[in-house]
Design a protein around this ligand. Sequence first.
Ligand SMILES: C[S@@+](CC[C@H](N)C(=O)[O-])C[C@H]1O[C@@H](n2cnc3c(N)ncnc32)[C@H](O)[C@@H]1O
Length: 252
Amino acid sequence: MAERDQTHFGYETVPLSEKQGMVDDVFQSVARRYDLMNDLMSGGLHRAWKDALVTAVNPPRGETPFALLDLAGGTGDIAFRVVEAGGPGTRVTVCDINADMLAVGAERALARGLDDRVTFEQGNAEALDYPDRSFDCVTIAFGIRNVPRIEQALAEAHRVLKFGGRFLCLEFSSVDVPGLDALYELYSFQVIPRIGQAVTGDREAYQYLVESIRKFPKPKAFARMIEQAGFRRVTFTPMTGSVVALHSGWKL
Ligand SMILES: C[S@@+](CC[C@H](N)C(=O)[O-])C[C@H]1O[C@@H](n2cnc3c(N)ncnc32)[C@H](O)[C@@H]1O
């Protein structure tokens, strides 16, 4: 099989056409425990990382209309934070390929009384069902490394953004602090799959998670991919010793 028709599912080399189905099985299996697992695995740190993303989104506090598309938005964590930070004009569309993750999110939106400002729609980040230039901002948090054709998803994010709009991507990165890297390695491979097994009953899902982080491009290489999709003024901010990086690009 030609190399271009192959990709990684964690450390496994798989046909490009099969990766999405495998990713979908992972998130279907963990959907009900997904939010609890985020807190357990990151010791609550994912909240600070997501807050940094919301600060960068900077939704208007007043009536000004502001439409955000949160790709691979899962159970709505980013969406809820953005509408809570923004004024009454702020609306978020959560787009995710997985119906189970979206169902958990829709229940949370109802329970929080945010269902009028956050909508959940099933869709593939590689082929979005939205018109050109329809959003003020596009975000994706811990989602892009799960998407089989990253270039297509970046091109789609660019297409649906208005001119002057910002793309923001939060993703795990490569730890580069001596000492922390060994500890992070140990924690990732020895502890996370065990927590995953205990909480969700699915060790494999969390083994995939840690392997997929290692296979994701380094921050500079990913910044280049964002530029190649047409974004300008591309920057990235490493956080927590580069456990996570926040990439930003503008459609100008
Ligand atoms: C690790 S979760 C992140 C959820 C959420 N953004 C957060 O930060 O809590 C990854 C999400 O990516 C979604 N996903 C994977 N492939 C996708 C695709 N091709 N298009 C849209 N969503 C996708 C999964 O269904 C899953 O909900």
